[in-house]
Design a protein around this ligand. Structure first.
Ligand SMILES: [Mn+2]
Length: 456
């Protein structure tokens, strides 16, 4: 008798004795890219709200695959927005295939007490307890070995033994969070038929060889990115069920048709809000604030050249729902951005660093957002030095970082001194430092100029 029950998104397969809880398999995780920025975090959360509203069969859980920068943390806490939980990877885990015993067999019970269980379930291993505490797994090999040994030495079996006599305790165990593939190689190279699963020191369940016949696959929705290498580790083992994004498309091949919603707008939160509209759902005030935060952050208060009319209209609608003034909201948000002088330079530059190859030249372009450029002399030389180290480490020909004042539409460019630099249309302030008034976008403004400079 086997029944499958969908309960809170958890698939529970029940036969007469065991609950087979595939912990994460009934859930759909929504994740942004590594180095989670506000658009990634906010669109993952908002999209989970929408999906949980329109699809009651599944549970959608927003997650983030990386750690938050101090600025992001400060902005989220100032706005009382809770970040999605951190998820290390989407590789299948032992917990996803683990069996949980329903009935407890005590070591001091006679072996006959297992007879009914064997008749109905025919298990390869049975967890045995000693006064309620897990003692070890009894396998069919233990039983046959004991009987054959007894018959071999004594010629007959006089009494029914207690379970304890047959148990060969202290085999290897695995942890709930251990990876499926690692546990699988352990069990296949192992003489026993099962492994106990622990959650720290607590016995949680067990796995048998049968649990490893087929690797389970996490279901994932990608927001604010679509390239596997920017995504959560283990994405190659997962099933991507949707993509919601505003970047160039470089998605991996999928085995099933999927829903893709990409538009060349200023933020993924804009696309998510459009999706709310399509479903005729008005987001609640909190969700509207979350989407506005991602939108304002990615479009630099609607001033970045990536901003479209759809972004402007969306920001207006969201600001109305949460009753805020867009500029005040944006200025307040960016006031929490940490000064570059107090940040660790390498982490600051690499927190948003993209690599390109053009005309055979490997380039890296970082971007840091600030709210004033007046203090640039305090950190300029250190950042130039670290930028050169990054260029060497990343094996690049040319590395630059644009430091953008998001409140004033003005950037300063620090570079590693590549030959094509002289062709850039910007005024040199001093060696390796250029002034870029009205420049805010790496993708739309700086990158095309750098590519043009290479060709001359
Ligand atoms: Mn984005």
């Amino acid at each position: 008798m086997i029944a499958t029950i969908f309960k809170n998104g958890v698939v529970v397969v029940i036969d007469s004795f065991f609950v087979w809880e595939r912990n994460n398999m009934g859930k759909i995780f929504i994740t942004g890219h590594k180095n989670p920025d506000l658009d990634s975090i906010c669109s993952a959360y908002a999209y989970s709200v929408l999906k949980n509203r329109i699809d009651e069969e599944n549970e959608y859980i927003p997650v983030r695959p990386g750690h938050l920068s101090n600025s992001t943390k400060a902005i989220l806490s100032a706005l009382s927005i809770k970040a999605p939980v951190y998820m290390r990877n989407v590789y299948p885990k032992v917990s996803d295939v683990m069996l949980i015993p329903e009935e407890k067999f005590e070591a001091d019970m006679p072996l006959t007490s297992l007879a009914k269980h064997y008749k109905t379930v025919n298990p390869s291993v049975i967890p045995i307890y000693d006064k309620g505490k897990f003692l070890g797994l009894l396998s069919v090999d233990d039983i046959s070995w004991w009987f054959m040994h007894k018959l071999g030495t004594e010629g007959a079996i006089a009494d029914v033994p207690k379970i304890r006599e047959l148990l060969r305790i202290k085999e290897d165990s695995v942890q709930l969070t251990d990876l499926f593939e690692e546990a699988k190689s352990l069990i296949t190279s192992f003489k026993k038929r099962g492994l106990a699963v622990f959650d720290g020191d607590e016995f949680a369940g067990y796995v048998t060889r049968r649990c490893f016949l087929k690797a389970p696959s996490y279901k994932v929705i990608l927001v604010d990115h679509n390239e596997a290498r920017q995504s959560i580790p283990g994405i190659e083992t997962a099933t991507i069920v949707e993509i919601v994004d505003h970047h160039r498309l470089d998605a991996s091949k999928t085995s099933l048709p999927i829903f893709i919603d990409t538009e060349p707008v200023g933020s993924t939160c804009t696309i998510v809000y459009q999706s709310f509209l399509r479903h005729r759902i008005i987001p609640d005030e909190y969700t509207a604030k979350v989407m506005l935060t991602g939108l304002i952050s990615d479009t630099l208060i609607l001033k970045s050249p990536t901003t479209t009319v759809v972004d402007v209209n969306t920001a207006g609608a969201l600001a109305t729902i949460c009753q805020v003034d867009i500029n005040e909201f944006g200025n307040e948000m960016f006031s929490h951005v940490e000064s570059l002088a107090s940040r660790e330079p390498k982490a600051a530059i690499l927190s948003d660093f993209k690599k390109y190859t053009e005309e055979g030249v490997n380039m890296g372009i970082g971007q840091c957002e600030v709210t004033t450029l007046n203090d640039i002399e305090d950190y300029r030389d250190t950042y130039l030095e670290i930028l050169e180290n990054i260029r060497e480490e990343e094996k690049l020909d040319w590395a630059v970082v644009m430091i953008t004042n998001v409140l004033k539409e003005h950037s300063i460019l620090l570079t590693t001194g590549f030959r094509s630099e002289k062709n850039l249309p910007y005024n040199m302030i001093r060696e390796k430092v250029y002034d870029m008034p009205d420049v805010m976008s790496r993708k739309k403004q700086l990158l095309p100029e750098m590519v043009y400079a290479l060709k001359n």
